[in-house]
Write a protein that binds this ligand. Structure first.
Ligand SMILES: [Zn+2]
Length: 344
């Protein structure tokens, strides 16, 4: 437990066995009102940690609300715990709806993930949604919440937050901006050290990487003294971190152009196998099945961005697998970036 500023507290909750290592929970307290942001996974250990900080801060839960930045289970896992205690919950409308759908094992959300894996050419990897960590840790207990949308106001005593659009990491992630105090609670939008995972959510959500890049650019123009991210350390130089994140994706996009150029045409599986991954597996066969979903999703987010930019085309072969080719524009940009995009 750390007091960051008057009325702002930070608790680091360990996420055992997860590469994210831990989640930062923030608590705002002002004039007898409190707000907790995000929850951690649904585990006994995290319930204990939660009870500990509630006691330590002497939080009156009847004067407390919970704000959920996005649907991922490390952020929403204990929502039902607060709901049982009648703590009002606020969550972005889009992610709230998705989060509900994710509870349905046989609904369109999980079916869509299975179908997508086939379109990505992953049939031979024999993935099952039971290998998908998002499925294993999916929210299983329903909770009541009030949906919020970008532009809505959330007041906690002297803190006057505006909900801001952070679509990208998830289709409906939202942040909280305190304009006067120049504080942004940003969820997984901008993280130190690790790159927020940007995945392909299906055609109905379109070019998620394009939306993400637009939405981090927007943050650069906002005056921010204190950026409160959900994982790892606090970032001092926000514009510099945004440039690093953009550079990371530019490098990734160039890697994808190079792979498609080399192969002539490629499906997502081929592109994913050939990308560099920060993982100890020596090759694709050794990739844990759970990671194959994430890797393919991340690869497709990048390829779909090239398609949206007119640098690649997407067609389906006779088995319904997506095949990507570079356009003349894509080829031109690949050449131009051959030495320009720094390796990292
Ligand atoms: Zn997340």
């Amino acid at each position: 437990m750390e007091k960051i500023r008057e009325g702002i507290y930070h608790v680091t909750i360990p996420l055992k066995g997860n590469p994210l290592k831990s989640i930062n929970i923030y608590i705002f307290s002002s004039k007898g009102e409190n707000m907790i942001v995000d929850t951690g996974f649904h585990t006994e250990e995290i319930i204990e940690e939660t009870e500990k900080f509630i006691k330590e801060l002497n939080l009156d839960l009847s004067k407390t609300r919970l704000f959920l930045t996005h649907l991922h289970s490390d952020h929403t896992g204990l929502a039902h715990y607060y709901d049982e205690k009648d703590v009002p919950i606020f969550m972005g409308e889009v992610d709230g709806r998705l989060c509900r759908e994710m509870q349905n094992e046989f609904g369109w959300y999980w079916q869509g993930i299975g179908e997508r894996a086939l379109k990505q050419g992953l049939a031979e990897d024999e993935l099952s949604i039971h290998d998908h960590p998002g499925f294993r840790f999916r929210p299983k207990v329903e909770f009541r919440y009030t949906p919020v949308n970008p532009g809505d106001k959330v007041d906690v005593g002297d803190f006057h937050f505006t909900v801001i659009d952070e679509e990208g990491h998830t289709p409906g992630m939202v942040g909280l901006y305190e304009e006067e105090k120049k504080i942004l609670v940003c969820g997984d939008h901008i993280l130190g050290k690790i790159t927020p995972n940007i995945t392909y959510w299906g055609d109905q959500f379109g070019d998620s990487l394009g939306v993400y890049l637009k939405n981090i650019e927007k943050i650069k123009d906002m005056p921010i003294d204190l950026l409160l991210s959900s994982h790892r350390y606090l970032i001092d130089d926000v514009p510099a971190r945004i440039e690093e994140l953009k550079g990371h994706h530019e490098f990734r996009l160039q890697q994808v152009r190079e792979i498609i150029h080399r192969e002539g045409e490629a499906n997502i599986r081929t592109i994913t196998k050939n990308l560099s991954w920060d993982i100890s597996a020596k090759n694709w066969d050794e990739f844990p099945k759970s990671q194959k979903f994430f890797a393919a999703g991340e690869a497709q987010a990048h390829v779909e961005h090239l398609v949206a930019l007119g640098q690649a085309t997407r067609e389906e072969d006779e088995e319904g697998i997506y095949i990507f080719r570079l356009t003349d524009l894509g080829e031109e940009i690949r050449k131009k970036n051959e030495n320009a995009v720094p390796k990292h």
